[in-house]
Design a protein around this ligand. Structure first.
Ligand code: SF4
Length: 417
């Protein structure tokens, strides 16, 4: 298939595909699916071998958010029966983080609901980072606290944070349909602040909110443009009690096409299968590993994932290995650029981002379930629903697979890791 040969060759050269090529991936048929996975897999293996990076979510503060992100179970007015609690103490959070690291996670993602942190919140998170790094200085820490004000990213960096997550979620054109309390530009600004402070930028999307193929391509091209080092791909979990509870728009096959498109557009970037993996990919999860090089271990922010041991078994059975703490995630050219940005601060998100050859081999350094689109959320588009693509059946509502998190952080029960 000429399209796939072209995309593989471009991916191996870190060359940006055209929009038409990215759209064509999303329009491939089920008969072509394994060819699509195979082509994206060649690109994945070129830059990431057979390693899978494990990330572990710690929900520092759950629910009761004043923002109205319609995909999110923690939103203003959510009727989802999720855990609701205020800030964990640093030692409580560090204990949860230790469970994830003991289970094989290399990165811990500290997430808090809310529009953005106060300076006091930055103090709390700084204390938490210190508690985690005191126990194991090799653990990567990513913070996901919402919209940042001036100097907050610098304070997190000084406290030892390695990365900051803030997802763009969907295209600029449709952003106002899913959230009214902040803008797409606000989100881009926070990613730029994190980047400017020398934090690795982690920014991704949510698929399945009723967006069009063009919207998906738009947001992935934007993520490349802003220089995200890590791209979490969330598949909407349509939580009961949220505006998007009826939005079951994804099939396992469509999820794989979306992952492949992201891999072709961002070939040398950490592509992470985030929230909704078990719900939407289901028995095809191992094929997702052929494309993505990163997943979350265990549970998400407000929903439960499969058992951590099942994640590890899946990785082993599919012939992959868990990335160790001493192994670099990013290819050398990106890691070097990230290190330079971390040392000097990037100043601004870098056009050409995800490592285009034309942009100078990837630029500066581098979030999922619920939180700020860390993938626990889940909604469909609040306006302008787009039907499933021609020839593709919409997914059946698998509400039986959506399990609200009842263990781990904020509870008396042991975490799933
Ligand atoms: S995504 Fe973040 S800001 Fe939006 S409603 Fe959920 S917790 Fe609040």
């Amino acid at each position: 298939m000429d399209l796939l040969d072209t995309l593989t060759a471009k991916g191996l050269r870190r060359e940006l595909p055209t929009r038409e090529e990215a759209l064509a991936v999303l329009a491939t048929t089920d008969d072509e699916l394994l060819d699509v996975v195979s082509a994206a897999g060649k690109v994945r293996r070129q830059w990431f071998g057979r390693r899978v990076k494990l990330n572990y979510l710690v929900n520092l503060k759950s629910g009761l958010c004043p923002e109205d992100c319609s995909y999110c179970s923690q939103r203003l007015g959510s009727k989802a029966e999720i855990l609701k609690y205020t800030w964990l103490k640093p030692e409580q959070a560090a204990e949860a983080a230790r469970a994830g690291v003991a289970g094989g996670a290399k990165r811990v993602c500290l997430v808090a609901s809310g529009r953005g942190p106060t300076d006091r919140d930055i103090d709390r998170v700084s204390d938490t980072i210190a508690a985690i790094k005191d126990a194991d200085e090799q653990v990567e820490v990513c913070a996901c606290l919402g919209l940042l004000s001036d100097n907050q990213a610098e304070r997190l960096k000084a406290a030892g944070a390695d990365a900051y997550n803030h997802n763009l979620n969907t295209s600029e054109a449709t952003y106002g349909d899913i959230t009214t309390t902040h803008t797409y530009a606000d989100r881009v600004d926070t990613v730029a602040k994190a980047h400017g402070a020398g934090l690795s930028a982690c920014s991704g999307l949510i698929a399945g909110m009723g967006e069009s193929d063009a919207d998906l391509v738009d947001v992935v091209f934007a993520l490349r443009e802003i220089g995200s080092d890590s791209v979490p791909v969330n598949f909407l979990i349509p939580f009961e009690g949220t505006p998007l509870a009826q939005e079951w728009n994804l099939t396992p096959q469509r999820c794989l096409r979306i992952l492949a498109m992201v891999r072709f557009v961002c070939p040398d970037v950490e592509v992470r299968i985030a929230g909704g993996r078990e719900v939407h990919l289901r028995s095809l999860q191992p094929l997702g590993l052929e494309i993505a090089n990163s997943i979350f271990l265990g549970d998400y922010l407000t929903s439960e994932g499969q058992a951590g041991q099942a994640d590890l078994d899946m990785i082993k059975d599919a012939g992959f290995t868990v990335e160790g703490a001493g192994e670099a995630t990013l290819p050398r050219h990106r890691a070097d650029a990230a290190a330079a940005a971390s040392e000097h601060g990037c100043g601004t998100a870098t056009p050409g981002g995800c490592g285009s050859a034309a942009s100078g081999a990837g630029t500066a350094a581098d979030a999922a379930d619920g939180g700020h689109a860390c993938g626990s959320g889940g909604c469909g588009p609040c306006g302008g629903h787009v039907p499933a693509p021609a020839g593709e059946e919409a997914d059946e509502a698998r509400t039986d697979l959506v399990r609200v998190r009842r263990r781990g952080a904020g509870t008396e029960l042991a975490p799933n890791a």
